[in-house]
Ligand binder design. Structure first.
Ligand SMILES: *Cc1c(COP(=O)(O)O)cnc(C)c1O
Length: 232
């Protein structure tokens, strides 16, 4: 199992390097976040031993247990799932980067908590919804400006870039316009900022379109086994 995980991780790194090369980019500017949601801490440990340094979790409670088990300093921890207001304090204390900032209210809350908890700097990415999917989280393009203006006034929150979860398409090429559009938004509002985009089936396309962080779960850890009663 450990060997398989190491092999898969090496294969993903190779594919990242290939995609970067194809796009005339330096692979060193692309960060791989290994998405460890639903995996036990032992899997994360194996991944760390195999060289993974960044992990993405989508639920605060689940991440808390793993981070306590493995140690806050054992890796870089990224929150990639929706953050509920009542979990904001825990998130501030657990994560290095929050990919899912999606409202001014949440930004205000995180900024206040950072100050209360003496957290000097918390990296945040703004999640953008370009599909207008009412069921999905994220800020519509037309609503970005006030949030970004607010983030510029924050002392603790560090506005580092944008994130997107496009609608799922079997054919990864169909996600390309979403990635391209997010890059245009980044170039307009925060040139040089991070672009968190691309998952197991479409990270190569995302890299061609400028991704600086790819979030890869299944391709590293294998198919997920969802628990029926997961609390968040
Ligand atoms: C689960 C998840 C991923 C990883 O998806 P895979 O298809 O397993 O690579 C990436 N980003 C987010 C926001 C996720 O929830």
């Amino acid at each position: 199992m450990a060997e398989k995980l190491a092999q898969r991780l090496a294969e993903i790194k190779k594919q990242i390097a290939d995609a970067a090369k194809k796009a005339n980019r330096n692979a060193g500017e692309i960060k791989l976040a290994a998405v460890s949601k639903t995996r036990p801490g032992t899997d994360v440990k194996e991944a760390i031993a195999a060289g993974a340094t960044v992990f993405g979790e989508n639920k605060v409670q689940e991440a808390e247990a793993k981070i306590k088990e493995l140690g806050r300093e054992s890796a870089e921890w990224h929150l990639i799932g929706h953050l509920q207001a009542n979990k904001a304090r825990k998130a501030v204390n657990l994560f290095d980067v929050i990919h899912t900032l999606d409202s001014i209210e949440l930004a205000e809350r995180l900024e206040r908590i950072c100050i209360e908890e003496n957290r000097q700097s918390l990296s945040v990415l703004v999640q953008v919804d370009l599909a207008g999917e009412a069921t999905k989280n994220g800020v519509a393009e037309n609503d970005l400006l006030p949030l970004i203006e607010f983030l510029k006034t924050c002392k603790s929150l560090k506005f580092d870039g944008f994130m997107i979860i496009p609608p799922f398409f079997e054919d990864a090429e169909k996600t390309r316009p979403f990635f391209r559009h997010l890059r245009e938004i980044r170039d307009r509002f925060l040139p040089g900022g991070e672009l968190s985009m691309g998952m197991s089936h479409d990270f190569a396309v995302a890299i061609e379109e400028g991704a600086t962080i790819v979030r890869v779960g299944t391709a590293i850890f294998g198919e997920r086994r969802y628990k029926v009663s997961s609390l968040d």
